[in-house]
Design a protein around this ligand. Sequence first.
Ligand code: FAD
Length: 320
Amino acid sequence: MAEVLVYVDHVDGAVRKPTLELLTLARRVGEPVAVALGAGAEATAAVLAEHGAVKVLTADAPEFTDYLVVPKVDALQAAYDAVSPAAVLVPSSAEGKEIAARLAVRIGSGIITDAIDLEAGDEGPVATQAAFAASFTTKSRVSKGTPVITVKPNSAPVEAAPAAGAVEALAVTFGALATGTKVVSRTPRESTGRPELTEAAIVVSGGRGVNGAENFHLIEDLADSLGAAVGASRAAVDAGWYPHTNQVGQTGKSVSPQLYIATGISGAIQHRAGMQTSKTIVAINKDAEAPIFDLVDYGVVGDLFEVVPQLTGEIKARKG
Ligand code: FAD
């Protein structure tokens, strides 16, 4: 069976969920060979093996932390040269997309970004993407070179699939460009204790209807009762009620959770562009004619200041 390279997103050896989802998809098209780089790379092997990695190629060097993406591209290319894979899968983070694009240029391949599904096809992997603010889905395959495909978080389930996961050291030679852009400082974001917006299984978002920063605790309380991330419409962000890092939409982040709850959000096309691939969509809006109701699975016509606290209270009560 052909091997499929999976680029591992991890923090000091803790593998992030989108990588485990990639392993599920990789097993549909071949045997996953994981590539883990940087500090803690070897520590990723056990969990990668549990989820189907037949092999884990690891490399650690100061270049991976001291410089931006090029050293990682050098390493992924070394893995590509060593394995000659049938496809290369990379998580659709900002960094992942840059790594994938650079690799595709180097190996002369076509690239598909932001896939939301992947299946085996007669002529290679077939990727599904959402197009036109997710009003349509398209299926495509790379017809030139080895397919390089980035996949959005929450596009596949995490599945246990024990495999050998044999760790092998990857020999990497850094090119002249690797040290071109040096990281001068890193500032960790203050932790809210909530899941990362693009990876969260549940997202609760607030819009202009929340009517002030001082009311966003209602959205946060609902999110916390569900273990969810908090999102915001651009109107709420532009008004300074919530940080831009939490904006969902065309000029914000694109999310695809199992459950998206939009409160006080009208459903403008630019907002939809960032959330329409969510599996189940719920809206709370006092205007029964709001366009958001055209795309919801469940809609509540009501005042969010009444509905949201009731909902939060009910969820907390049921959890005991
Ligand atoms: P509104 O459209 O004002 O809707 C507020 C809603 O709240 C209304 O439906 C109202 O009925 C409801 N409401 C009010 N009070 C209550 C209450 N008490 N209880 C319940 N419901 C209530 N927008 C994004 O979100 N993300 C983007 O990334 C983005 N990118 C953009 C890029 C471009 C180039 C442009 C031009 C626009 C972009 N926008 C984006 C803006 C977008 O067009 C809308 O203006 C924005 O999404 C509106 O936000 P909203 O739904 O919160 O506000």
